[in-house]
Ligand binder design. Structure first.
Ligand SMILES: C[S@@+](CC[C@H](N)C(=O)[O-])C[C@H]1O[C@@H](n2cnc3c(N)ncnc32)[C@H](O)[C@@H]1O
Length: 375
């Protein structure tokens, strides 16, 4: 795995030693979850050690908990991923972006397996890493593993949204869980000049990594940062929002408003820069794609709060798409308008967006803070 990351230019030399010394499989639980025909099913080390080890050393995330740890039973299928070991290339990229130096005091939000915390501790030394995990079972397991592997990391049970005031100030904060609304406590608990790294999401878009720098303005902590990478993380527990489901939310198909569009849905949804921008303008909109046997697929936009939905049929070779919309919002019309807005701005790439977090809340800007975007 390390050779692969080095070969692909994804592991910086200053992190290589830590990746070699901290064996990932030691942090992965005996039962992990794998996708099988669109369902999540358990894979146990005792049943197939080879397959389990392959998962541990693939450049991929490993699902270590589903449905907040609801017990595994015969024939049980998982629904929602609630803890995982992150992709090694993403971990390497985020650790590089954190720009740590020996002796720094670092806070991690979302301990998970403890692997990332161990890598940090390997570079920073004993007693320098604090990690907060909301799930007490996950926290307990990581604490035991870290201790057993000889890493002096403080793992605390709790809500990472609150940070960890008792161990502040920090030089760096790294969230390995995504925030839609970035907690102000992370700015408050970081020294001026310190960095805070946050995977930032919207209901519509999977996420972008924002690297903040903390400042004091008139003595008041605040932070501003820019998008520096493409990452997708599970949301903070309190920011999970609502799950969209075709069965529960797609009602009234016969009464839907019909129209058509020339904009291929993949241009607004599948293109990273475009979908990041669309997510800024279209709140409370979740995506589901259902595939048909003939190679066609339907893109569903669902607002699980109001029950509004839109469906776009996509068949191979077709350039005009039929649209059905239902409920109190015309979700596709909103997405199309947001895409037009992004085009009107000159199709900005993700790294032109910035985010500022103050005691009053957060706001998004393009290129410079003065070009503030009203969401
Ligand atoms: C992607 S995993 C973290 C991966 C981890 N850093 C590792 O090395 O394995 C995200 C973790 O964040 C945790 N989490 C979710 N919401 C949280 C919150 N509000 N505070 C702290 N942890 C949270 C989840 O329980 C999950 O274990």
């Amino acid at each position: 795995m390390v050779a692969e990351l080095v070969g692909a230019g994804e592991l910086r030399s200053e992190w290589r030693g830590a990746f070699e010394r901290v064996a990932r499989h030691r942090f992965i639980p005996r039962t992990v979850w794998v996708e099988d025909g669109g369902r999540l099913v358990p894979l146990d080390r005792d049943d197939d050690e080879g397959a389990w080890l392959e998962r541990c050393y693939a450049n991929d995330f490993v699902i270590t908990q589903v449905d907040d740890g609801a017990p595994v039973g015969p024939g049980r299928v998982g629904r929602q991923i609630t803890s995982s070991a992150s992709r090694p290339d993403v971990v390497a990229m985020m650790l590089a972006a954190l720009e740590v130096e020996a002796g720094m005091n670092v806070l991690e939000i979302g301990t998970g397996t403890g692997w990332n915390a161990a890598l940090l501790a390997e570079r920073l030394g004993a007693g320098r890493v604090t990690s907060v995990e909301v799930d007490p079972d996950v926290a307990g397991r990581a604490r035991r593993t870290l201790l057993g592997e000889g890493h002096a990391v403080t793992v605390l049970d709790g809500d990472g949204v609150l940070g960890c005031p008792s161990r502040a100030p920090f030089d760096r904060v790294i969230a390995t869980v995504a925030a839609d609304r970035v907690p102000y406590a992370w700015a408050e608990q970081t020294r001026p000049g310190g960095r805070v790294l946050v995977p930032w999401t919207t209901d519509f878009h999977n996420g972008a990594l924002v690297a903040f720098v903390v400042e004091r303005e008139g003595g008041v902590p605040m932070m501003r940062g820019r998008v520096v990478g493409n990452v997708a993380f599970m949301p903070l527990r309190a920011q999970r929002g609502r799950r969209a489901s075709l069965g529960r939310h797609v009602q009234g198909v016969d009464q839907a408003r019909l129209s058509s569009t020339d904009l291929h849905p993949s241009q607004a949804i599948g293109e990273y820069d475009a979908s990041l921008a669309v997510g800024l303008r279209v709140p409370r909109c979740k995506l589901i794609v259902s595939h048909q046997d003939d190679g066609g697929y339907t893109v569903w936009l669902v607002d699980p709060w109001s029950g509004a939905w839109a469906g776009l049929e996509c068949a191979p070779g077709v350039e005009k798409f039929s649209v059905r919309q239902w409920g109190g919002r015309d979700l596709w019309t909103e997405v199309e308008a947001a895409h037009g807005w992004w085009e009107g701005l000159g199709r900005p790439a993700a790294d032109r967006w910035g985010l500022t977090v103050t005691p009053e809340g957060q706001f998004v800007w393009l290129d410079v803070e003065e070009q503030r975007i009203d969401r």
